[in-house]
Design a protein around this ligand. Structure first.
Ligand code: AMP
Length: 175
C-alpha cells in the first residue's frame, strides 16, 4: 500500500508559505491507518519498550495504539499549561522565537526504554526537545518514529543523529 497517497497537502495552512501535510485523510480510513500502525508495531515489538511518549495532538492518534500493542504505557507530551500536576519542560528554538513542551515529572521511571512518536518530522526541533525531556526524566530512547518525514532542506534527521529513527513516508521539500 502506498501510504503517501492518503496524505492531503494543504498549501497556505496555518499561514502563507507552509505546505501542511494533513494526516487526517490517512487515519480516517481503516486500511491505511491499520497498515501504518502495524508497520510501527512490528518494528518496535520485542524491544522491551516500557513507555510510548507522543507529542500532542496528532502524535496521540498513533501513540495510544502503539502503547497498547507494544504492551507499554502511554505518556503525554504537551504544550505549556495543559498538564495538571508538576511538570518538567524543555524550550527549543523556532525560526522566530521559541517554543516549550512539558511532561509530568513522574511520567517515566529511570532506565525505562521509551519509544518517542510524532506524526511528522520537519526541522526536528520538536522531536529533539521531546527526546531531551525524556532523557531528563531518566528514560532511554529506544527509537523515534514518525508517519511523515519531510526530507531535503529542513535536515530534521541531522538533529536526531545518534537515535534510531523510522519514518513511514518521506516527502521532499524545497525551501
Ligand atoms: P519540527 O519541530 O520543525 O520538526 O516540526 C514538527 C512538528 O510540527 C510536528 O508536531 C508536526 O505536527 C508539525 N509540523 C511541522 N511542519 C508541518 C507540516 N508541513 N505539515 C504538518 N505538520 C507540520
Amino acid at each position: 500500500m502506498n501510504l503517501e497517497e492518503y496524505i492531503r497537502t494543504v498549501d497556505g495552512f496555518p499561514k502563507p508559505g507552509i505546505s501542511f501535510k494533513d494526516i487526517t485523510t490517512l487515519c480516517k480510513i481503516h486500511a491505511p491507518f491499520k497498515e501504518s500502525c502495524d508497520i510501527l508495531v512490528n518494528h518496535f515489538k520485542n524491544k522491551g519498550i516500557k513507555k510510548v511518549a507522543a507529542i500532542e495532538a496528532r502524535g496521540y492518534v498513533w501513540g495510544g495504539v502503539l502503547a497498547y500493542q507494544l504492551e507499554a504505557g502511554f505518556v503525554l507530551i504537551r504544550k505549556p499549561g495543559k498538564l495538571p500536576a508538576e511538570t518538567i519542560s524543555e524550550t527549543y528554538e523556532l525560526e522566530y522565537g521559541t517554543d516549550t513542551i512539558e511532561m509530568h515529572y513522574d511520567a517515566i521511571e529511570k532506565g525505562e526504554k521509551v519509544l518517542l512518536f510524532d506524526d511528522l518530522l520537519a526541522t526536528g526541533g520538536t522531536a529533539k526537545a521531546a527526546a531531551n525531556l525524556i532523557e531528563k526524566a531518566g528514560g532511554i530512547i529506544e527509537g523515534i518514529a514518525f508517519v511523515i518525514e519531510l526530507t531535503g532542506s529542513l535536515h530534521g534527521r541531522d538533529k536526531l543523529k545518534g537515535y534510531k529513527m523510522i519514518s513511514l513516508i518521506e516527502i521532499p521539500v524545497e525551501e
